[in-house]
Design a protein around this ligand. Structure first.
Ligand SMILES: Nc1ncnc2c1ncn2[C@@H]1O[C@H](COP(=O)(O)OP(=O)(O)O)[C@@H](O)[C@H]1O
Ligand SMILES: [Mg+2]
Length: 463
């Protein structure tokens, strides 16, 4: 048996500090304060379920993000997605998951046409990954990519250990701050899961990041669905463009087959049992060509991409196995987040505004609305233009803030693997060039008491 290199998640604050902070936070009754204690600075997001603003706390000057819960379409009261998001986020406590600080409300007045609003108050993050990728700034170094991936996997490992599926992993839901920290956000599609039985909707995960089992109609699924999205993100960071930019569900499957090969008895024995197999089974046989297509990726990164983009979800690598993979244990080691470059604020919202001015096309980078009754594929969607070729410093392009600690660029030759370590010798966590990570021995043990109790009143069986 291989000894795992994956430890409990690493927390930044020692347990005593955390206790003090949470006691202070607990003294504020959730939902008791008015949004008026905040002064809105700017809109930073506009999504499926509401606007997001950068705001300042008038009492202590703290900068936060306010996510407004959109009520316009709700005939049946408070939206179930927001209830779920709040319930789940309240339970999760990890340095790679965005912190929900409190809920505030605005009263119904004539000014807001008699409609009060509810806002989630989050710690403010300077960027999201899509915003940074689209900004036209110098692309990330290999070490930087590794550092982001490590944080993404740690956050996700924590979710999965606590029986939560994220179900919408993509760049705009990965928030990054100028301390180099990456945090999972947008738990609007997340749900608790149960290892034994599931009967969940397959209309989750934004199309480009959606795994083949969901596209083929799976309703019994688990953490492996998020791992596919992680594979898409890693390959996108290395290839500098999205790898499966499908325009419709059927196109998405076709792109997947072309790169990952067509499912067959050997590579994915259960594929033919999926509900839409007959409808969407491949018309042609394609060979798997990940290794050729991505031959320029660093070898350990390519191995990891290959194991993440495994067609059969039961063979796909888990978050803990991914953290244990050679990618994180070979040079360049993931640097300490605080040494990563700092950037001017960059969110997908502004990037999208820049590139989609005037376009009313549907956007496949947008997550699906969860509507189990919605007509099923194909749903024709237009591929947006992404990653405009702008150069830093050009008009309209952000200018990079000076980098505090220079990192090796993409072209720095990789040093050979230093030595072969046996598992007992390997350190307990992917090493860092600047190892300041503390281990939080408590993080891994958190139980989600709601894991089986969150119900969707609209469709409790199938969400
Ligand atoms: N805590 C935050 N700090 C900074 N920006 C945020 C924060 N939360 C969300 N955003 C921005 O708002 C966008 C939309 O928020 P998100 O939670 O993903 O909801 P949705 O996609 O449903 O609108 C994100 O992509 C991000 O750019
Ligand atoms: Mg989002």
């Amino acid at each position: 048996m291989m000894a795992s290199r994956v430890p409990p998640s690493n927390g930044s604050a020692p347990p005593e500090e955390k206790k003090v902070a949470s006691a202070k936070e607990k003294s504020i009754q959730w939902g008791s304060r008015s949004v008026d204690i905040f002064e809105k600075i700017d809109q930073i997001g506009e999504g499926t379920y509401g606007q997001v603003y950068q705001a300042r706390n008038k009492i202590n000057g703290e900068i936060v993000a306010l996510k407004k819960v959109r009520m316009d379409n709700e005939k049946e009261g408070f939206p179930i997605t927001a209830i779920r998001e709040i319930k789940i986020l309240k339970e999760l406590d990890h340095e790679n998951i965005v912190k929900l600080k409190e809920i505030v409300t605005s009263k119904a007045t004539d000014y807001n046409r008699g409609k009060g609003s509810i806002y989630m108050v989050f710690e403010y993050m300077d960027h999201d990954l899509t915003g940074l990728m689209d900004s036209g700034l110098k692309w990330f170094s290999q070490a930087q990519i590794k550092c982001y991936m490590k944080q993404l996997l740690e956050g996700l490992h924590y979710c999965h250990k606590n029986n939560v599926l994220h179900r919408d992993i993509k760049g705009s839901n990965l928030l990054i701050n100028n301390k180099g920290q990456l945090k999972l956000a947008d738990f609007g599609l997340a749900r608790p899961f149960n290892e034994q039985a599931s009967n969940y909707t397959n209309r989750v995960i934004t199309l480009w990041y959606r795994p083949p089992e969901l596209l083929l109609g799976a309703v019994n699924y688990g953490p492996a669905i998020d791992m596919w999205s992680v594979g898409c993100i890693l390959a996108e960071l290395l290839a500098k463009k999205p790898i499966f930019p499908g325009r419709s569900e059927i196109d998405q499957l076709e792109l997947t087959y072309k790169l990952c090969g067509t499912p067959n008895e050997e590579n994915w024995p259960n594929a033919a049992k999926l509900a839409w197999w007959e409808t969407f089974k491949p018309q042609k046989v394609y060979k798997r060509r990940i290794r050729e297509a991505f031959k320029d990726f660093p070898p350990e990164a390519l191995d990891l991409v290959d194991r993440l983009l495994t067609l059969d979800p039961s063979k796909r690598i888990s978050a803990s196995e991914a953290l244990d993979s050679d990618y994180f244990w070979t040079e360049p080691f993931p640097p300490d987040p605080s040494t990563l470059p700092k950037y001017p604020p960059s969110h997908e919202f502004q990037a999208k505004k820049r590139r989609q001015q005037g376009s009313s096309q549907q956007d496949p980078t947008k997550r699906p609305r969860v509507d189990p009754q919605a007509p099923l594929p194909p749903q024709q969607q237009q591929q947006p233009h992404r990653y405009p070729p702008g150069q830093p410093g050009q008009p309209g392009q952000p200018v990079p803030v000076p980098v505090p600690v220079p990192l090796p660029g993409n072209n720095v030759p990789r040093k050979p693997y230093p030595q072969v370590l046996n598992n007992a010798q390997k350190p307990k966590f992917p090493p860092q060039q600047n190892p300041h990570n503390n281990i939080n021995p408590h993080a891994q043990n958190m139980q989600n008491p709601h894991a089986q109790n969150l119900q969707n009143p609209h469709n409790a069986q199938h969400f």
